[in-house]
Design a protein around this ligand. Structure first.
Ligand SMILES: NC(=O)c1ccc[n+]([C@@H]2O[C@H](COP(=O)([O-])OP(=O)(O)OC[C@H]3O[C@@H](n4cnc5c(N)ncnc54)[C@H](OP(=O)(O)O)[C@@H]3O)[C@@H](O)[C@H]2O)c1
Length: 264
């Protein structure tokens, strides 16, 4: 199979935007950018010197690789439209952590996954040198091609199969999505009392920094691990005006206690 030079991006959301820009920066030709939204397709296409399209009937079959970067539940809908418009023998990947590579198998002979394990927003600045780029493919020859491509845009490339990627994604939801939601709760509680989340930033940074060198289990602090029941009672009294946060507080305290067993 030939190496990959020409790439088309399907989906101009967070991931399509950053992958498209990264491929372009590293010298790949971006053939087309597809989005249902013309403004989004044009805006990204302009940045990466590609053609913007909004209709699958205008897909150019000459790309070596099609990157489907759409919402998880739209991957098969998009794949079906691509096949209906003559894309069948080209290499096609999706970028989802939670979706098996085999979702593409009914549609394409050459399929795989190109999953950047990082949190992306259009206005974020992902560090492609350090983020883990997880690749998988239906056959070895395509895995080789994807690894080679991935190494051109990233220094942290891994072969991760469907099962491993699904597990990584569950863990990532805990580590990133839930922890961010907890920051949001902290911000909400503070703002209601005219206090700023900025006061917690050094604490948040230190927590993240510590687990670079230690297991999180080794660096847990707080009233639940200390068995400080009087403090927990005070917190629960304060949280009576936030019943939802109170139930989360109890669930987390119980979870910490199930690991360390210091509460009665
Ligand atoms: N964001 C992250 O942090 C992250 C990280 C790693 C992997 N991923 C994965 O990358 C993929 C894209 O995520 P994202 O964050 O880039 O999503 P996003 O910003 O919400 O963008 C999703 C894109 O999907 C398109 N789309 C939705 N339904 C469609 C349909 N029926 N037909 C055609 N296009 C459709 C949307 O098009 P319109 O603009 O026209 O609505 C939009 O461009 C997902 O599989 C996600 O799991 C995300």
């Amino acid at each position: 199979m030939p190496p990959i030079h020409k790439i088309s991006i399907i989906g101009a959301g967070n991931v399509g935007f950053h992958l498209g820009k990264r491929f372009y920066k590293k010298g790949f030709e971006i053939v087309q950018v597809f989005s249902r939204n013309e403004k989004k397709a044009k805006s990204l296409a302009k940045k990466i010197n590609a053609e913007a399209i909004t209709d699958f009937s205008t897909l150019n079959p000459e790309a070596d690789l099609f990157v489907i970067a759409v919402s998880d539940n739209a991957i098969s809908i998009v794949a079906e439209s691509m096949v209906a418009n003559g894309i069948e023998h080209q290499l096609v990947v999706h970028t989802s952590g939670a979706t098996p590579s085999t979702i593409l198998k009914p549609y394409f002979n050459h399929y795989g996954v190109f999953y950047p394990l990082q949190t992306f927003r259009i206005n974020s600045k992902p560090d492609f040198k350090s983020l883990p780029l997880c690749v998988d493919a239906g056959v070895k020859s395509n895995l080789k091609r994807l690894k080679k491509l991935a190494k051109k845009i990233c220094s942290n490339v891994h072969y991760i199969n469907d099962r491993e990627r699904a597990i990584l994604h569950v863990a990532a939801v805990f580590a990133n999505n839930f922890s961010n939601h907890l920051y949001q709760i902290a911000e909400d509680i503070l703002e209601q009392e005219n206090l700023s989340l900025n006061l917690l930033l050094p604490l948040i940074k230190e927590t993240t920094h510590k687990i670079e060198y230690n297991s999180p289990k080794k660096v847990q602090t707080g009233p639940a691990i200390r068995g400080d029941e009087i403090t927990i009672k005070r917190h629960l009294e304060f949280l009576e005006k936030h019943p939802h946060y109170r139930s989360l507080y109890l669930a987390f305290s119980k979870s910490i206690n199930s690991k360390f067993g210091n509460l009665k």
